[in-house]
Design a protein. Sequence first.
Length: 266
Amino acid sequence: METIPYNATVKGMTMLTPDLMILRIETDESRQEFLAGQNMVLGLYGYAKRSPNSEPEADQLPDEQLLRRPYAIASHSTETSLFEFYISQVKSGQLSPRLFNLNVGDRLHAGETIKGGFLLNETPDGSDIIMVATGTGIAPYISFLRTHIVERPESKMIVIQGAAHREDLGYFSELVFLEKSYPNFFYVPTLTDADDGWGGKRSGIEDLLEHDFLQNEFNITPDPEWTHFFISGKPAMVSSISRWLEQFGYRRHHPDNPGEYYIEEY
Ligand SMILES: Cc1cc2nc3c(=O)[nH]c(=O)nc-3n(C[C@H](O)[C@H](O)[C@H](O)COP(=O)(O)OP(=O)(O)OC[C@H]3O[C@@H](n4cnc5c(N)ncnc54)[C@H](O)[C@@H]3O)c2cc1C
């Protein structure tokens, strides 16, 4: 039934919530070294079962249809066969409920080529880097930091991660650890629906930026000459922060038309 045979095996699944997981896979054949921030296609056939806490899909899919979607790789860029992904379940979606029904040892499809232009290594050495994320949009920054943090001691690097609840802050412990380990790295989690035990920020990311928190806490003014922005996550957040940056003269980066802010929407 598999016209394209499965070519990778699930090595680990860490469930952060019923709808958020860190998935680790091993490909049968090594891939070429990739660039931090790039993505790989994962796939399962229509016959794969959906997770018990998903919703029925609108149309019944043919068993022999290979469903494929891109996912940002969270791993260090020198990994060539073990890859980590941070995935949220879209309950009515086609592929993600099937990924959430996998178990360690199960087989799946992993794309042969790794692609994407959301790349830290295109920013000038020494420029400050602000990485803004909601949801699983944090995944490419984990790859950026695992790969490049030691190479950029002269850049301030700040991750601003927005979520509703504490349990939605994937990679929280790793980011706190990096903040303690690198004097140039700062981690700013902010929750819109936190319980009383949360001692951190409670605003939306747009609110924080509009109220000059980068100037007040980090002495960074939004200046396209010195500070580059990455924005990754929900389309509404990406577009409102893009508009905010454009007031300061920022231009969206394209490979053939360089700019100072980079976006990845999903
Ligand atoms: C470059 C790139 C990188 C990506 N990286 C990641 C990643 O690291 N982790 C990750 O979880 N996803 C990532 N995605 C999204 C992923 O490719 C799928 O779109 C997602 O898993 C939904 O697929 P699906 O087949 O379950 O839903 P589909 O059947 O394709 O979609 C159903 C509907 O849900 C909407 N939808 C898509 N994503 C979401 C979402 N997150 N929340 C709510 N609604 C949504 C779609 O617009 C569509 O209308 C990335 C997408 C792109 C383009």
